[in-house]
Design a protein around this ligand. Sequence first.
Ligand code: MG
Length: 320
Amino acid sequence: MKRFIIYMYTLLAAMSAGTTAIMGAEPLAVRSGKIVGAESGEPRPLHGVSLAWHHFADRYYNADVVRTLHRSWGADVIRAAVSVELGDGYLANPRRAMRALETVVEACIEEDCYVVIDWHCHHIRTEEAVGFFTEAARRWGDKANVIYEIYNEPENDTWSEVKAYAERVAAAIREIDPDNIIIVGSPHWDQDVDIAADDPLTGYGNIAYSFHFYADTHRAENMERCDYALSKGLPLIVSECGALGRLGGGEVNYEWWGRWMQWAERNDIGWIAWSLSDKVETCSMLRHGAPAEGGWGIDDLKDWSLLVISSLKQKTNENR
Ligand code: MG
């Protein structure tokens, strides 16, 4: 019954998805362990949607999709997941990657929402990342909209390896852009935030740390690790999350999604839901063949996207 009520609520929220008033992008900063408005000093948790790996989903990397996610769904941040190693990703075809990224970044600037430039990689590739983020900072480092996520999810690297990489990439960005937020990952798919909290980066401002959760896999033990990191003053952002299992399949876990939402709200932590594509897997939000022009109807949306829309609507209603 509970699931049915949630489903009907999200269905109605999705169908009534008109234009939503959302705060525009302001310069951000990290202070006292939180992401805040640089001028107001008030917490500014962002809530939005991640596009999928661009090498198979870049038909959704366009301004119509950005507008739909921002105006209809209520996302104030959109994450561009630039594939690095897989398929026809950045290493094989940097021009295609930069074209997809540019389209999304420019659309987000036009929409006055935030955009996360995500180096979607599972291995350290320092020189390539330095080149990529140097170009991104040169082009968009003066825009308040832009956030750099320099390493999506380390798999097998130790924290000292990830930290050394992050310091090198942060140095390259800070040579050009003194202030936009840089998001740093942690070992084991951004789970080891407790280890990062014991030995954070120093010497650079406006650094946040990503924690990723998939609510049907990551539960109390992961929340305790986050709480430990927060107790040490580590600024967290959930730059990727889902209500399903960690490999993107299984069932939507409404109970633990709700617990994580409450935890995020309690701690002023933003979240970005994975992911916007029509791939045949539970965590992809669109049904296969959904149009690339946005403006999707109920037949294009899965249970997961309805839950995301409902959660985003709740945030935009609170902020009105
Ligand atoms: Mg800047």
